[in-house]
Design a protein around this ligand. Structure first.
Ligand SMILES: [Zn+2]
Length: 372
């Protein structure tokens, strides 16, 4: 069944809709929610969703599955002089995957004195409180309305997977540290080579807006009124922007279907998942940035392991008087996997060139742990 959720008209004469594909009986459990291309220029997830919808139409869905294959029609329309801008809202609304509402406080107010010692009943009460807190919000812009609509669709799912990609990357996952190793099957099935864990990354991305209230409320109410994790959410990075093919997407969709079978959302039998890679703290992610503008000459490929001091790239200033002085080496400062790198080959000062997932937390100050 396809439902269309209209977004408000932000100017005049246009109206956008979210197409929502639903499988299984409404309200059945467990419930899974998947969306693609919240960053609208991150295409791999859209083709994965296409294949997953095809597979789900043939499957026996015993719980409920909700798939939004095009999660950001606003960003999808942002083409400026032939260049697609899908990460940030051109109306000033910011990064599309930040500033989702944190419903923790509003839900906590509603739950005060209501929780008991029955964990399953508490899950029901928390879901109702989160729903009510969400319903109370009135988004003031089209982008806020998009965030509100997506959160409303995902809010009471048991499993939420937000399908993204990096610029050039190996498959990897961002999730809450409280959800590990519970989500190790997701990492194993999707062949993730890095898993980044954080409690509060700053910026409230979609996955944290879905799952964060659960661990925050559990901490707030204490062990006498147990609140289990009612929503396991992750941001899945499906390689790089250009890694789009039917072969990759169908394999990823079949992996997602196995995850749904194993979790009892879809009927069937499936083998144990492949082992997951090691998870490392998001605070251990080293971001190599360009100290000055220049051409990026990479010396390492994504997926390679690096050690401190290893040369990852040179930033080359072709206008330097002496070519021998034109290169600035970018070296790994930590040991880990070269998880992602820029898909551009010219970097402005301060721009991100490559990311290394390391075990050791690094000293970082200022903004949240996510690179905007
Ligand atoms: Zn993204």
């Amino acid at each position: 069944m396809i439902e269309e959720i209209p977004l408000p008209c932000a100017r005049l004469g246009t109206r956008r809709v979210l197409a929502v594909h639903r499988f299984g009986a409404p309200g059945a459990r467990p419930r899974a929610y998947l969306q693609a291309a919240l960053h609208a220029d991150e295409t791999p997830g859209m083709l994965v969703a296409h294949h997953l919808i095809r597979l789900l139409r043939e499957a026996a869905v015993t719980g409920e599955v909700v798939v939004v294959p095009v999660a950001n029609p606003i960003g999808l329309a942002q083409v400026v002089e032939g260049t697609h801008v899908g990460r940030y809202a051109l109306d000033g609304g910011g990064n599309f995957n930040r500033q989702f509402p944190d419903l923790t406080d509003a839900a906590a107010e509603r739950l005060s004195g209501a929780l008991g010692d029955d964990a399953a009943e508490n899950v029901r009460l928390v879901r109702a409180a989160l729903r009510a807190a969400h319903a109370d919000l009135t988004p003031a812009t089209e982008v806020a309305a998009l965030r509100h609509a997506l959160l409303g669709l995902a809010l009471d799912a048991d499993l939420v997977l937000d399908l993204h990609c990096d610029q050039e990357a190996v498959p990897h996952l961002y999730t809450g540290e409280a959800l590990w190793p519970a989500l190790s099957d997701v990492a194993g099935e999707l062949g993730c080579e890095a898993v980044l864990l954080e409690r509060d990354s700053g910026g409230t991305p979609f996955d944290e807006a879905c799952s964060g209230p659960w661990w925050r409320l559990a901490g707030r109410f204490g062990s006498e009124t147990p609140v289990p994790f009612g929503c396991a959410a992750a941001t899945v990075e499906l390689r790089g922007k250009a890694d789009v093919s039917d072969a990759l997407a169908e394999a990823d969709a079949r992996a997602l279907l196995r995850i749904l079978v194993r979790r009892g959302v879809v009927a069937g039998e499936t083998a144990p998942p492949p082992p997951a890679c090691e998870a490392t703290p998001l605070a251990g992610l080293e971001r190599l940035t360009a100290p000055h503008p220049g051409v990026i000459a990479f010396h390492r490929a994504v997926g390679e392991r690096v050690a401190p001091g290893d040369l990852v790239a040179d930033i080359v200033d072709p206008s330097a008087a002496d070519p021998a002085q034109a290169r600035t080496p970018l070296r790994a400062g930590t040991a880990g996997i070269l998880m992602a790198r820029s898909n551009r080959r010219f970097a402005g000062m301060g721009e991100l060139v490559a990311s290394i997932a390391g075990r050791e937390p690094l000293q970082r100050t200022g903004r949240g742990l996510l690179f905007d």
